[in-house]
Design a protein around this ligand. Structure first.
Ligand SMILES: NC(=O)c1ccc[n+]([C@@H]2O[C@H](COP(=O)([O-])OP(=O)(O)OC[C@H]3O[C@@H](n4cnc5c(N)ncnc54)[C@H](OP(=O)(O)O)[C@@H]3O)[C@@H](O)[C@H]2O)c1
Length: 333
């Protein structure tokens, strides 16, 4: 079997999960290089990884470079992805910098695997909240068409990186120990015993950048540039696992039972939908899993072809690391 030289850039919340997923899925690795801003040794599930400082010359001989660094002008991908591509690697980037570039495929393997082949050296991994919604919507769109989507998210603190988890843990600890220590904010608001409808920054039409990501990325992945979709995103005091209440109106009628059957057969989805027996997806049960979990499938009693879904997934795995590694698997298939 052919083996590949792989680089992982960033060892934060997503990068660490990336190392775990590569190992768990037995990705055929010849050599693995791990990079971050500073060199050190890290321990993931008892295995030591030697982290090197990332430089322009780090990508010599690398076939696949999985980027999980920071976003923005001075971020890891903008600064170093061009060097990786020049060195002959295919970059799979977790950040938002290249997602809407028309020459960069934005890929969810369950929805648009064929787009991965059109890459010119870089493929973007969508935002975590987009990935799980699109996995659930793609089969429904194919069967019944989608007229409209309205989504409200309940996003875990690990979605804002390691800093978000540290802030939440410190706030809960301060409460539990009756401490009046001031916990520095990594997110926009306090999170213990709270939630806030603000992820990213406020922009066009008073939606946040995270809300626009859900709109624009879903349209691109589902090849439906005019899809009517709007979102409200909310940060909640859950460590890992994003939940979404997704309301859809389909073009053709489809019953909740038919949706259940369709999603049960769809790749990457587990249906947990027996509310009378208290069975529905919850983030605490999805942590560490690769599937997208769907439940509470029910019709809108008042709107023709209106349906609700409750969609939960681990934002660090399917929402980031697993999806990126699945893209790498598509490339070597
Ligand atoms: N968290 C999620 O649920 C999630 C989901 C989907 C996508 N994403 C995206 O995935 C990326 C990583 O997110 P995260 O949550 O893992 O962030 P994080 O916990 O803040 O970790 C960022 C990592 O990137 C490294 N890094 C930052 N700038 C770098 C540079 N210029 N050169 C080399 N390494 C650099 C950092 O290095 P040091 O450790 O040396 O500081 C750190 O290891 C972001 O683009 C994020 O938007 C995150």
């Amino acid at each position: 079997m052919k083996r590949y030289n792989v680089a992982v850039v960033g060892v934060g919340a997503v990068g660490e999960e990336m190392l775990r997923v590569l190992k768990q899925r037995n990705f055929p690795i010849h050599t693995l290089k791990v990079f971050a801003r500073s060199a050190r040794t890290i321990l993931v599930d008892g295995q030591e990884y030697n982290v090197e400082e990332l430089t322009n010359d780090s990508f010599k001989g690398i076939n696949i470079a999985l980027f999980a660094g920071t976003e923005g002008e001075k971020g890891a991908a903008v600064t170093y992805a061009p060097h990786a591509i020049k060195a002959g690697a295919v970059v799979i980037d977790n950040g938002a910098d290249f997602r809407m570039n028309k020459d960069v495929p934005l890929v969810v393997p369950e929805a648009n695997p064929q787009d991965a082949k059109k890459n010119r050296g870089i493929i973007a991994n969508p935002n975590c909240s987009t990935i799980q919604m699109v996995v659930a919507l793609a089969p429904i769109k194919k069967r019944a068409g989608l007229k409209r989507v309205i989504v409200s998210t309940y996003q875990a603190v690990s979605g804002s990186g390691r800093g978000g988890v540290i802030q939440a843990e410190k706030e809960f600890k301060a409460w539990a120990t009756d401490s009046d220590e001031t916990v520095p904010l990594y997110m926009d608001q306090k999170i213990a015993f709270n939630l806030f409808p603000h992820i990213g920054s406020f922009g066009d039409e008073d939606y946040t950048t995270e809300e626009w990501k859900l709109v624009k990325e879903s349209r691109k992945i589902l090849h439906d540039p005019r899809m009517k979709i709007s979102a409200t995103v909310v940060r909640v005091p859950v460590r890992t696992g994003h939940s979404e209440a997704v309301y859809i109106e389909t073009q053709k009628p489809i019953t909740p039972a038919a949706v259940r059957k369709l999603l049960e057969k769809a790749p990457g989805i587990t249906v947990l939908d027996d509310p009378k027996n208290k069975i529905y997806p919850m983030p605490k049960d999805c942590e560490g899993c690769d599937d997208v979990f769907v439940g509470r499938i029910r019709r809108d009693p008042f709107v023709k072809n209106g349906l609700w879904l409750w969609v939960v997934a681990d934002n660090l795995r399917k929402g980031a690391a697993t999806n990126a590694v699945q893209i790498a698997e598509l490339l070597i298939k």
